[in-house]
Design a protein around this ligand. Structure first.
Ligand SMILES: Nc1ncnc2c1ncn2[C@@H]1O[C@H](COP(=O)(O)OP(=O)(O)OP(=O)(O)O)[C@@H](O)[C@H]1O
Ligand SMILES: [Mg+2]
Length: 564
C-alpha cells in the first residue's frame, strides 16, 4: 500500500479530489491518476497549453506506465500449440517467486490457478470483477486480466493467452497488462502467432525478451471419418456447437439413446454452474460422461475429453454467421487428450463428412500472424479531455476517441460499440464522468434485455438516491426452478443482473450495500439452473450416483431454501 501511495498523485480539479485509475480498485473518490499523464497535464495547465495538447495521440502507450518503465523486466514468451505445458511452466515460476500475479482471460482460469497455488501451499488471493477471496499472508493473486494492478511491484507475473491482445473488444486489457505490469519476471503464454507483434511492441520498453517454444505433450489425431450417427457417441466425447438452443437439442438427442448423460457448458450459464458441470463431466464416477458445449470451453481449460466433435464449423458472432477461424478451431480441438488426463491421446472430428476438409486444413495451418494489439485510452485521458470539452457527453468523448485516436502501426483502437450503447443511456442521467465511465466498463450484456434493464435501473436509482437496495429489485418469488427454456434463459439473465450488482458493489461500496444478498441470490439462481439441468436429464433407473450429484439437494443450504 505504501508503495502505491508513493505512486499516487492527487489532482485537484474543480475543488474535488480526483484520484484516477482503471477498473479494479475501489473507485469513487479513490482513483489514482497515472504519474506521467498527471504531470503532463499539470505542466500543460500551468503553461496554458492544455488546449493545444492532443489527448487523442495514443502513439506512445508504453509511457502511460512509469512504474513498469523503471524496471528492466525479464520477459519470457512461452509459445506453442495447445496442451504443450506453457501455462504449467509459467505457473511453476510463479509458485517459486516471492510475490506474483497470474492474469487470465476467464474467471474459470483464475479460479483454477488460485486453487492450484493454494494447494501447493503458496497462499493466493482470487480477484475477479465479482470476487475477492483473500487468503491469510498471500503474496500472490490470480486475477482476470482486467483486474491486473499496474501500480504494484511483483517479483513474477504471468499473462495467459496473450494472443488475446488481438481481440477487438478485450485486447486492450491484455495490452495494458503487457505494458503496465511492473515485475522482475513477466511470463507470457500463448500462440506463436503473437510473437512478432509482442517483440515489436516491446522494442521501446527496454525489457529483456526471450522466446521459448513448446511442442504438444500428447498427440491430437484428426479423424478421417465423421461421427455420422449419435449412436457412435462414447464416454469422454465433447460435442461442440454454438447456440444454446442447439446445445439442448443435441443433449436431448444423445440422451434419447439411453446410454449417456450430458453435462452442458456455454457462455451464458453462471460460471459456477459451468465449473460444476465440467467437474461432473471430469469425474469418472459420475454418470454424466458426455459434454455438450459451446466455445466457452475453448481456452486453457483442462477437461477429461477424449474426442472433440464439431457439430458445425460456423457460428453466429452477434453480427453474422461466419466460419470458425483457424485459431478458434485449434483452441477448441486442443481440449481433447490433455496431458495427464484420463485420455492422454486426443481425437477430433465433425458431425458431418462435408466439414472434415476444413477441419483438417485448419488444424494443419499456423494461426495467422497477429499484426496489431488493442488499445483504449485510460480514464485519465478521457477525464483530461472532458475538462477541456465540458459540454461533451461521455458518448461524444468515447466516439471522438474511437474515430480520431492516433495510433502507431502496432495498435488498433478497441471496439467500443458496447460501451457506446451504455453511454447513450447513462448520459441521460445526472452523473459525474467517473460514475458514467464505471457503468460503461461494467460487465453488462447489452444485448440481453433483462441484463441491460438491470443496469439502467441500477444507474437510475444510483443517480436519484445515491443508494441502490437490491430488495427493491428482486423479491424471493422472482427465483423459481425454471420449467421451460424461456424461463431458464430468464434465470440466466437474472444471474447476470445480480452479478452486475456484485461488480458494482466492489466499486461503489456505500451505494450498493447488499452484496451479500446479491451473492446468495446468485447462488440460488445457479442452483435452480442446475436443478433444471438435472431434471432435464434422462434418469438412469435406481442410479444412486445421480442423486449424489443432485446439485440442488447437496448444495442448497437451509438458509437458501428459505428464500424459495
Ligand atoms: N511438466 C509437466 N508435468 C506434469 N504435468 C504437466 C506438465 N506440463 C504440463 N502438464 C499438465 O498438462 C496439462 C496441459 O498443460 P498446460 O495447461 O500448461 O498446457 P498449455 O500449453 O497451456 O495449453 P493451452 O494452450 O490449451 O492453454 C495440464 O493439466 C498441466 O498441468
Ligand atoms: Mg494454457
Amino acid at each position: 500500500m505504501k508503495e502505491r501511495k508513493r505512486e499516487e498523485v492527487k489532482l485537484i480539479l474543480s475543488r474535488k479530489w480526483y484520484k484516477v485509475e482503471l477498473y479494479g480498485l475501489p473507485f469513487k473518490s479513490n482513483i489514482v491518476v497515472s504519474f506521467g499523464i498527471c504531470n503532463c497535464f499539470r505542466q500543460l495547465s500551468s503553461s496554458g497549453d492544455a488546449k493545444k495538447f492532443d489527448f487523442t495521440d495514443l502513439t506512445r502507450p508504453h509511457t502511460w506506465y512509469p512504474n513498469a518503465r523503471r524496471k528492466k523486466r525479464k520477459i519470457f514468451l512461452h509459445v506453442g500449440p495447445t496442451n504443450s505445458g506453457k501455462t504449467h511452466q509459467a505457473l511453476k515460476q510463479l509458485e517459486t517467486s516471492s510475490s506474483g500475479i497470474y492474469c487470465g482471460p476467464l474467471r474459470l482460469l483464475a479460479w483454477e490457478v488460485a486453487k492450484r497455488l493454494n494447494k501447493a501451499n503458496v497462499p493466493c488471493n482470487l480477484i475477479t470483477g465479482q470476487e475477492r477471496e483473500e487468503v491469510d499472508g498471500a503474496k500472490h493473486k490470480a486475477v482476470t486480466v482486467e483486474m491486473a494492478d499496474v501500480t504494484y511491484n511483483y517479483d513474477c507475473a504471468v499473462i495467459d493467452e496473450i494472443q488475446m491482445l488481438g481481440c477487438k473488444t478485450r485486447g486492450f486489457s491484455f495490452t495494458r497488462a503487457l505494458l503496465g505490469i511492473s515485475a522482475n519476471e513477466l511470463h507470457l503464454c500463448g500462440d506463436p502467432a503473437a510473437v512478432p507483434l509482442i517483440e515489436e511492441i516491446l522494442k521501446v520498453t527496454d525489457d529483456d525478451v526471450k522466446v521459448q517454444h513448446y511442442d504438444r505433450l500428447s498427440p491430437l489425431i484428426p479423424l478421417k471419418v465423421p461421427l455420422g450417427s449419435f449412436s457412435n457417441i462414447r464416454t469422454g466425447d465433447c460435442i461442440v456447437t454454438f447456440s444454446r438452443q442447439e446445445i439442448y437439442r443435441l443433449k436431448k438427442q444423445i440422451e434419447a439413446g439411453k446410454k449417456h448423460l450430458c453435462s452442458v457448458v456455454y457462455g451464458s450459464l453462471p460460471p459456477e454452474t459451468r465449473t460444476r458441470q465440467a467437474t461432473r463431466f471430469n469425474d469418472a464416477e459420475s454418470d454424466f460422461d458426455v459434454l455438450v458445449a459451446s466455445d466457452a470451453i475453448g481456452m486453457g481449460l483442462n477437461l477429461n475429453i477424449s474426442r472433440i466433435i464439431f457439430s458445425k464449423l460456423e457460428k453466429f458472432d452477434g453480427m453474422e454467421t461466419r466460419e470458425l477461424t483457424v485459431p478458434e478451431i485449434k483452441q477448441i480441438a486442443g481440449r481433447a487428450g490433455r496431458y495427464g488426463s484420463k485420455f492422454p491421446v486426443g481425437e477430433v472430428t465433425c458431425l458431418d463428412a462435408e466439414d472434415l476438409p476444413l477441419l483438417h486444413s485448419s488444424l494443419n495451418s499456423p494461426s495467422p500472424i497477429l499484426e496489431r494489439a488493442g488499445l483504449f485510452p485510460s480514464f485519465d485521458l478521457l477525464l483530461m479531455y472532458s475538462r477541456l470539452h465540458p459540454k461533451h457527453s461521455l458518448y461524444q468523448i468515447l466516439e471522438h476517441f474511437a474515430e480520431n485516436a492516433k495510433l502507431s502501426a502496432n495498435y488498433f483502437i478497441a471496439n467500443c460499440e458496447e460501451m457506446l450503447k451504455v453511454a447513450a443511456v447513462i448520459d441521460e442521467l445526472p452523473l459525474e464522468l467517473d460514475d458514467k465511465y464505471l457503468f460503461c466498463m461494467s460487465p453488462v450484456d447489452v444485448d440481453d434485455y433483462i441484463s441491460s434493464q438491470g443496469l439502467t435501473q441500477f444507474a437510475h436509482n444510483y443517480s436519484q438516491h445515491g443508494i441502490v437496495r437490491l430488495k427493491e429489485i428482486f423479491t424471493p418469488g422472482t427465483l423459481k426452478v425454471p420449467k421451460t427454456h424461456t424461463a431458464l434463459k430468464e434465470l440466466e439473465s437474472i444471474h447476470k443482473v445480480l452479478d452486475l450488482y456484485v461488480w458494482l458493489s466492489f466499486r461503489l461500496e456505500d451505494s450498493f450495500p447488499d452484496r451479500e444478498l446479491a451473492s446468495s441470490q446468485k447462488s440460488i439462481c445457479s442452483l435452480l439452473i442446475e436443478e433444471f439441468l438435472e431434471r432435464l436429464g434422462w434418469q438412469k433407473p435406481k442410479s444412486r450416483k445421480l442423486s449424489r450429484y443432485s446439485a440442488f439437494n447437496s448444495l442448497l443450504s437451509a438458509e437458501m431454501r428459505q428464500h424459495l
